[in-house]
Design a protein around this ligand. Structure first.
Ligand code: LLP
Length: 404
């Protein structure tokens, strides 16, 4: 994204012309940024060539997933719907892993039939269920077991998953028992140890603690794991203050870990692949002057982008056309929904805005459209991918008739 002649553009396409042609709100993704993120991710870990499984939950647009597949990634899925989307996008089953604490019988059957690489189980009961289904179908199924390493990811509590009070994975005790159990089973093969400690992690220390915990438990099992699935969670620079997870440093810790453990590494990144590829273009509907601040009422709302309402997350806001006139009031950017959490950001000294002006909300490629809903009977926004300076509509704006 850059300004030229005061106009904001994404891969040389002006935000203004996108809004004029397709209306607002509009999700708009940059292919170049996507490619750069994937290349950067691969480069950072190239010394041990991991299998990179894109976490579909972060962005479930089939066209975008298909581009991600062409750039060499597999998929991490957490439901039958996500698995179907990954397959529809052309991802080969041998590059798909299935995570999640509550896989149903239907989901397990479907995953077994599709012969995906791994079902990563998260409880004893799930292993027994997979074994039961495999036995009926006279199949031998490759599984992973997700360990809860009791590590603090030092991220928001709502997206922290690796502490013992979290519902994810199994305890060390259960893990050790499961290794023994699966090793005696004819219908399940223990191929993988998986782990995922949380999301938007900016410091490498929690990952180092996680690797230490893994090292310790692997020694206790005496089992040789073909795969170690380290999950995702790599944080991105939402605040534009250059604070991102140091992938190189993380890579060095993994290399050290691999000296004792001869396994193939799997990653499940979502946010770090798509987070900064997307913007949300919106129009100012009204400006309401208050005593101390102005409310900028946008045509985008918490149903389109949940992250600020759900986690108080920061997403930068930029004007589509730059001006030098600065407002001395504080702006509160809000949506039209009748809830006080329907607000995006409060900004001091923003440039003066008028009704019908365009703004963009930044870094919405991950957990943007995938967390959106039809609350207040609001149709979901259009999704656009800019690739080679061409605009591709990769999902149409929902129509009201489909909702009513
Ligand atoms: N693998 C597993 C098992 C996961 O649960 C997740 C995310 C990922 C991989 C991908 O994590 P990432 O690389 O994207 O951090 N809605 C929240 C984030 C929830 C993440 C849930 N699990 C947000 O908007 O911040």
């Amino acid at each position: 994204m850059k300004y030229s002649n005061k106009k904001l553009s994404i891969e040389n396409i002006k935000v203004q012309s996108i809004a004029k042609k397709f209306g607002t709100p509009a999700y708009c993704y940059s292919y170049n940024q996507l490619k750069e993120n994937i290349n950067n991710f691969k480069r950072s870990f190239k010394s041990f060539s991991p299998l990179i499984c894109f976490a579909i939950k972060s962005n479930t647009n089939v066209n975008l997933i298909s581009e991600i597949r062409k750039l060499g990634l597999g998929a991490d899925v957490v439901s039958m719907g996500e698995l179907m989307k990954a397959l529809k996008a052309g991802i080969k089953p041998n590059k798909i892993v299935f995570s999640g604490v509550g896989k149903t019988v239907e989901e397990i059957k479907y995953a077994i039939n599709k012969k995906i690489l791994l079902i990563n189980a998260e409880s004893k009961s799930e292993i027994f269920e997979i074994e039961r289904i495999a036995k009926i179908n006279k199949k031998s199924v490759n599984v992973g077991v997700r360990l809860n390493p009791n590590v603090d990811a030092k991220t928001l509590s709502q997206i922290s998953t690796g502490k013992k009070e979290n519902k994810f994975g199994v305890s060390e005790k259960d893990f050790l028992e499961l290794v023994k159990y699966i090793n005696k089973s004819k219908f399940v093969n223990l191929k993988c140890l998986s782990v995922h400690i949380g999301s938007q992690i900016l410091d490498v220390k929690p990952y180092e603690n996680m690797l230490k915990a893994l090292d310790k438990i692997i020694k206790k099992t005496n089992h040789s794991f073909e795969y170690i699935d380290l999950g995702g969670g790599m944080g991105i620079d939402y605040r534009n203050n250059k604070k991102v997870l140091n992938l190189k440093k993380y890579s060095l810790s993994i290399k050290k870990f691999l000296k004792n453990n001869n396994s193939k590494i799997i990653f499940e990144p979502g946010r770090s692949i798509v987070g900064n590829t997307g913007i949300l273009v919106s129009k100012v509907t009204y400006i309401k002057e208050g005593h101390k601040k102005n409310f900028i009422i946008l045509d985008v709302a918490m149903n389109d982008l949940m992250r600020p309402a759900l986690y108080n997350s920061i997403h930068r806001i930029l004007p589509a056309t730059k001006s030098r006139k600065i407002s001395n009031k504080t702006y509160e950017f809000v949506g039209p929904i009748c809830e006080s959490t329907d607000k995006f950001l409060t900004i001091k000294n923003f440039q003066k805005l008028d009704e019908k002006d365009l703004i963009v909300i930044c870094d919405v490629g991950a957990y943007g459209i995938s967390l959106s809903s039809n609350y207040n009977v609001r149709p979901k926004p259009i999704e656009i991918l800019i690739k080679n300076s061409k605009i591709n509509v990769i999902n149409k704006r929902q129509k009201l008739v489909d909702l009513i």
